[in-house]
Design a protein around this ligand. Structure first.
Ligand code: CAA
Length: 282
């Protein structure tokens, strides 16, 4: 059993907290205020009910899992955490500032992990006194379903921290782990995001309809969902943030976010989570 801290109870944070409580960990989720904390609990409860309905777990297991969950709005409660996984929005300054604060309240032995999709780990660790305890642990959406976790070692990460989080994700949570170096996008997003933004550019240019672009990849390449549906699932704000971060890292034009993606995010069309993206989910 690990005393796990999860920072942020959005789509990714709630998913990480859910699989950890199901694995028997004592999990504390940090949110910015009470209504966000209530919403995070609601997400986890909804997903557990779905797992019960699908007969993946029993009612009893769902209840026992929920007993392992606590929410807080105070970072000072993280003093006893052995491992912290941060799942805040992909905003570099936010993560850097948060890790500086986290450094002050956690024990020096605690491992501090970020679920960043694309920001280099060493930049997030820059104001942590001992950056050897900072690593990347990147989950995939939906967290309870996708088997992969990328483990990212920065130039400063200690072998002990990397071995601990790898064993945690692989042996305790039952995920398939891969190791990646500290480059923007790591392995998966360095391949996936150029594909998603290419599909958005293709749609934006009027070259093919969104339905045909998606049908092409589902029926022609056996992908479970087409790139525009997948973008809606991941969240268009996340696709934009990762694309900007990759463009910043590599300066290659094909990585730059297409104007349509920027306009959709500015309009609040973020995909499934807001009910509207390339498709309507209301
Ligand atoms: N939570 C829990 N379980 C879920 C779920 C969720 N949000 N969504 C689907 N499932 C489960 C269902 O319960 C179902 O389980 P069973 O087969 O045991 O019944 C299974 O997943 C399949 O679901 P559905 O039949 O409802 O729908 P589907 O066949 O269309 O599958 C999907 C849904 C698993 C999401 C599938 O479409 C898929 O794999 N899509 C691609 C997802 C993907 O590529 N994710 C990576 C995104 S990139 C990322 O996350 C990284 C980043 O940094 C941007």
């Amino acid at each position: 059993m690990t005393q796990l801290g999860v920072v942020g109870g959005g789509t990714m944070g709630a998913g990480i907290a859910e699989i950890a409580i199901r694995a028997g960990d004592e999990v504390l989720v940090l949110e910015r205020d009470q209504s966000a904390a209530d919403a995070a609990r609601g997400r986890i409860e909804k997903s557990l009910s779905r797992a019960v309905k699908k007969a993946k777990i029993t009612e009893d297991e769902a209840e026992r899992s929920l007993a392992n969950l606590r929410l807080t709005t105070s970072l000072s409660d993280f003093g006893d955490r052995e491992l912290v996984i941060e799942a805040l929005p992909e905003i570099e300054d936010l993560k850097v500032g948060f890790f500086a604060d986290l450094d002050k309240v956690t024990s020096p032995e605690a491992i501090l992990a970020t679920n960043t999709s694309s920001i280099p780990i060493i930049r997030i660790a820059k104001d942590v006194a001992d950056p050897s305890r900072v690593v990347g642990v990147h989950f995939f959406n939906p967290v309870p379903v996708m088997p992969l976790v990328e483990i990212i070692s920065s130039l400063a990460s200690s072998p002990h921290a990397i071995e601990t989080v790898t064993a945690y994700a692989r042996d305790h949570l039952g995920k398939r782990t891969i190791q990646a170096g500290d480059r923007g996008g790591f392995v998966v997003n360095a391949l996936l995001i150029p594909y998603l933004v290419s599909a958005i550019r293709m749609y934006e240019s009027g070259y093919a309809s969104k339905e045909d672009i998606d049908a092409g990849m589902v029926n022609g390449c056996a992908h479970p969902m087409g790139p525009l549906t997948l973008s809606d699932t991941v969240g268009l704000d996340v696709v934009l943030d990762v694309s900007e971060s990759l463009y910043h890292e590599f300066r290659e034009p094909h990585l730059a976010p297409p104007p349509l993606l920027q306009r959709m995010v500015e309009a609040g069309y973020l995909g499934k989570k807001t009910g509207r993206g390339f498709y309507d989910y209301s």
